[in-house]
Each structure stands twice: as structure tokens, then as C-alpha cells.
Design a protein around this ligand. Structure first.
Ligand code: FE2
Length: 242
């Protein structure tokens, strides 16, 4: 009798071991399947992002090429802007923010070269045409559903002034998204340190003085202070400060 019980016990053990092996194989297979699915998903996301990025680049560099005097304005603004955003609030940095930096002036495709390249101040009407580049830019990018508010905020608000005297909405202080407050500083700095149709480039230290003079008026003073602290660290020859 006791031998029968022992035999049953051994059979139960064998059956349990087999069940455990089957279970382990199934778990292993499910895990490998999930890993493969995740790798496929990651690849698709990566490919999608590459397509988005090339579309943004195409649109952005179309404008950069039109405005011959700005040269590699976009590349420099992206470099300065990402460094400044990182220093102001690292959580702000994202691919979408970079898209906004690249596309900030996309609406300038509708502004005639005669206005873009004009030597001397713009007339009231010309200024009006120039200002339309903000709303036109938003319209151009509106079909690009992958552009989040991080990108759209920069396009919409990069000409707002800290004191409320900017356009298109006359927003002021914290009602201007911080990404746009960051971008307006680097945009102005690059414009000042680059040859323009109506004047030669300013030396970087003089451009920083102009930014400081505009702090609290055109620019967020805290953002200007951060930029002044990091400008000499940026790995761009044009802004190496003695
Ligand atoms: Fe602009």
C-alpha cells in the first residue's frame, strides 16, 4: 500500500514538474513576443519622428534660404535656444520645442524679399505685412498634427514683448510661454551678431549689453541673465567672448 502511495506521489511530482516547464516556456515565449513588439513599436516611432523632422527641416530651410542675409540663422538659433532652454528649465527641452525653434519664421514665405531685405526702417504698411508672418506661420503648420503646443507657442509668441508691447496679442510677463521668452532672446542675439541688410554684425559683448538694456522691456530679465551667464560657453565661434 505504502509503495502505491509513493508511486502516486512520484507521478504527481513528475506531472507538476512538466506543468511548470510548460508554464515557464509559455512565459518565456510571451516575454520574447512582447520584446519583439516593443522593438517594432520603438522602430516605428523612430521612423515617424525622422519623417516629422525632415518635414520640419524642409519647411524651415525654405524660409532660411529665402532670407539670404540670415545665413544659418536657424541652425544658430537652434543651438543657442536649446542650450538656453536647458539652463532655464531642462524639462522644457523636447523635440517639439526644437521644431518650434526651426519653424518660428515659417510664415515669412509670404513676405516679399523687398520687405525682408529692405535697407532702412520699414514703413507702417511694410511693418504690417511683416507682422503677418506669425499668423501665416501658424496657418502653414496647422495640418502638421504632430506639432504640439511646445512648438506652436514659439511660432505664436516669439514677437511678444515682456512688457506687453509686442505682437500679435500684446501678451506680457508669464502669460508669454517661457519657451517663447527663451527664443526671443536667442533670436535677437543672433540677429544682432549677424550682418543685416542695413548694418554690420555687432560684437557679441555689445549684443549682450543690448539684451541687458532690453531686459524687462522686450526680454524676460531672468532669461537674459541666464543667457549672459552661458553665452561664452556656447560652442559656436561667432559668440566666443574674450
Ligand atoms: Fe519672426
Amino acid at each position: 500500500m505504502s509503495e502505491d502511495i509513493a508511486a502516486d506521489y512520484v507521478m504527481d511530482l513528475d506531472r507538476t514538474r512538466e506543468q511548470l516547464l510548460v508554464f515557464a516556456r509559455e512565459v518565456g515565449e510571451a516575454y520574447r513576443r512582447e520584446r519583439r513588439q516593443k522593438a517594432t513599436l520603438d522602430r516605428l516611432v523612430e521612423e515617424r519622428r525622422a519623417v516629422d523632422y525632415s518635414m520640419v527641416q524642409t519647411l524651415a530651410f525654405m524660409v532660411d534660404a529665402k532670407d539670404a542675409y540670415t545665413g544659418s540663422h536657424l541652425e544658430r538659433c537652434r543651438t543657442y535656444g536649446l542650450a538656453l532652454a536647458e539652463a532655464v528649465d531642462a524639462d522644457m527641452v523636447s523635440p517639439e520645442l526644437e521644431y518650434g525653434f526651426l519653424l518660428h519664421d515659417v510664415g515669412k514665405v509670404v513676405v516679399p524679399e523687398a520687405i525682408l531685405d529692405k535697407r532702412g526702417p520699414l514703413t507702417r504698411d511694410e511693418e504690417g505685412v511683416m507682422r503677418t508672418h506669425v499668423s501665416v506661420g501658424l496657418k502653414i503648420v496647422s495640418p502638421l498634427k504632430f506639432l504640439t503646443h511646445e512648438a506652436l507657442d514659439v511660432i505664436r509668441c516669439h514677437h511678444e514683448w515682456f512688457n506687453g508691447e509686442g505682437y500679435p496679442e500684446g501678451l506680457r510677463h508669464a502669460s508669454i510661454p517661457v519657451s517663447a521668452r527663451v527664443f526671443s532672446v536667442v533670436d535677437a542675439f543672433d540677429a544682432m551678431t549677424t550682418d543685416r541688410p542695413y548694418r554690420n554684425a555687432l560684437p557679441p559683448d555689445l549684443a549682450l549689453e543690448r539684451l541687458a538694456a532690453g531686459a524687462g522691456k522686450q526680454f524676460d530679465p531672468d532669461v537674459v541673465e541666464v543667457f549672459t551667464g552661458l553665452a561664452h560657453l556656447l560652442p559656436v565661434p561667432e559668440i566666443q567672448i574674450a
